[in-house]
Design a protein around this ligand. Structure first.
Ligand SMILES: Nc1ncnc2c1ncn2[C@@H]1O[C@H](COP(=O)(O)OP(=O)(O)OP(=O)(O)O)[C@@H](O)[C@H]1O
Ligand SMILES: [Mg+2]
Length: 258
């Protein structure tokens, strides 16, 4: 089943188009990496899917609904992790409250239940911070805060996960653990769109890649999309991608020696 359909979408904040000619669709259980240089429209694309921005032209459907017109409804299905969070560092909110916010957001004024608490605890466990339930959020390290925000997105029990650079400042063991969690969710049918700059740790987990540079450069399976020509088209230069097979690492393309 198609979960997100984007058809010929164009968007601009001002005179210049931030996105144009963007078309792709993803299915239940697709694990998609979204790549492109700074300013290429990756965050903008996620915001359009969330219904936070309205396309200038073209069509977006999330579970067959126009996200701009059904923002509240579709937010019941989407776990979102923004690129950078603006929670005041002086505000003494507890980790558990940050994670529970993910569930509270869609309940409005109804009370949080034991089930909400259970889901929030499971989400914290998924990011390896189960012992941080009662810690103060502002006293965690940057990478730990990032993992708590990821837990908040997971706590929604989402059908779609939109993650904007979730690995910023996250150490490699935590990153690997999070990728395992994502892998399991995708296998259960959750659609995942993840903005990343380094695709290497994800190569064996994703099944689609979106290459963006204001326009959609390419969309499809990694083996088709991640070619040297497309990388140059996207980034203006080659970037190294290393495929590991049976413990043997070799460059797919690009100069790994810098
Ligand atoms: N609120 C805004 N008002 C005006 N222009 C904006 C706004 N947000 C983004 N832009 C512009 O739109 C373009 C795309 O921005 P976007 O944040 O989507 O890029 P990105 O691919 O996520 O980049 P990064 O890798 O740096 O996060 C950029 O040129 C940016 O300057
Ligand atoms: Mg961005």
């Amino acid at each position: 089943m198609k979960t997100i359909v984007v058809e010929n979408v164009e968007f601009s904040y001002n005179r210049e188009n931030a996105l144009e000619n963007v078309s792709f669709s993803v299915n239940e259980g697709d694990f998609v990496a979204v790549m492109g240089p700074n300013g290429s429209g990756k965050t903008t694309l996620l915001k359009l899917i969330l219904g936070l921005l309205k396309p200038k032209s073209g069509k977006i459907k999330v579970f067959n609904l126009d996200p701009w017109e059904n923002r509240e409804k579709i937010q019941n299905y989407i776990g979102f992790m923004p690129q950078k969070e603006h929670i005041s560092s002086n505000f003494p909110i507890l980790v558990k409250d940050v994670v529970l916010l993910g569930r509270a957001a869609r309940k409005r004024f109804s009370k949080l239940t034991k089930e909400d608490e259970k889901k929030a605890k499971e989400a914290l466990m998924a990011v390896g911070l189960e012992n941080y339930w009662l810690k103060k959020f502002n006293e965690l390290s940057g990478g730990q805060q990032q993992r708590v925000l990821l837990a908040r997105a997971l706590a929604v029990d989402p059908k779609i996960l939109l993650l904007d650079e979730p690995f910023n400042g996250v150490d490699i063991p935590s990153q690997d653990k999070i990728i395992e969690v994502m892998d399991k969710l995708a296998k259960k049918g959750v659609t995942i769109l993840m903005v990343v700059h380094n695709i290497n740790p994800l190569l064996h987990h994703i099944n689609k890649v979106i290459l963006l540079n204001r326009k959609l450069i390419a969309f499809g399976p990694p083996s088709e999309v991640l070619t040297a020509e497309r990388m140059v088209e996207t980034y203006g230069s080659s970037i190294p991608i290393v495929v590991c097979e049976e413990g043997y690492a070799h460059p797919l393309f690009g100069d790994t020696h810098g």
